[in-house]
Design a protein around this ligand. Sequence first.
Ligand code: UT7
Length: 324
Amino acid sequence: MGSVILGTGSCLPKRVRTNDDLARIVDTSDEWIRTRTGIQTRRIGEAGDETYRLAAKAAEKALSMAGVAAEELDLIVVGTITSHMLMPSTACFVQKEIGATKAFAFDLNAACSGFLYGLDLADQYVRADASRKILVIGAETLSTRTNWEDRNTCVLFGDGAGAVVLGSGSQGRGLVGSNLRSDGRLWSLLHMHAPVSNNADLEQADNPGVHIIMEGREVFKYAVKAMETAISDLLAREGVTLDEIDLFIPHQANIRILNKLVERVGIPLEKVFINVWKYGNTSAASIPIALDEANREGRLQPGTKLLVCSFGGGFTWGATLINW
Ligand code: UT7
């Protein structure tokens, strides 16, 4: 039997950075950012908003909603590309913060698709043993890895975390299935170098330092096509029609990508959850934050047929179908 989401939680830094704030740092404008991206504000972490702390706060809210104690958790998976340290994992820091003494914990790097990949993995664990309780988190402080001199990228990203608690489902409810994909051949279109190597022989060519580098136009085109195909293949495989979908939560990257995707897939806009204007692109955190907001707004009720999709660096992408 598949897993159900027992609780959701999210945590955003308090500090808001507006488009006008960014126009004071780089050559841009509120008008350009709004029309090209749909983003109006994003959250930027301060001291105390480290990736693992945002993740732990989101996790505590999800556990509280689920009525699950941290000590009951068997596994913690954190999707992130902005881990607090290279070692240990953010998941181990979260384990320490929330006191999940029984759980094993690890991070998963699939960029913006990290949460969906983690959800699918956790679902397999629950299918194998229905007694398991698993925390899946997407958490990022992309502000730490943004090139604040590059107007092409610095206007797009934000910080935040979202979490869900998974447990075993009852008949008819839970994760139906996922269609996850990657294409490493396209890595260079959206990437982030490692820190400079201590072994000069293994240094990456022309390492510019650790920040996001992106060919925006190419990513845009590929993202729309890839998510559209992932969705149609998943729906066909599961024998579900678009009319049956009650709510669609796409990765919150950019309003133009969302609009194009929605138009190509053919879902009415009123069934689409959008919060990119508030938070920008929070990578792996974008879907679980949106899930939590949709849940707390009452848009996810038992029986709601939910479609989720993501796209990110790697490339990685996919779609997931959930009977809430
Ligand atoms: O999870 C996936 C993550 N990635 C994404 O979601 C990004 C996908 N790509 C996009 O959303 C869009 O490609 C962007 C929003 C990044 C850029 O929009 P665009 O319409 O593709 O613009 P562009 O890159 O083709 O640039 C057009 C112009 C350029 O100026 P010139 O060469 O025409 O003079 C840029 O230098 O806009 C300029 N530009 C800016 N101008 C003002 C680029 N960034 C900015 C900016 N403010 N922030």
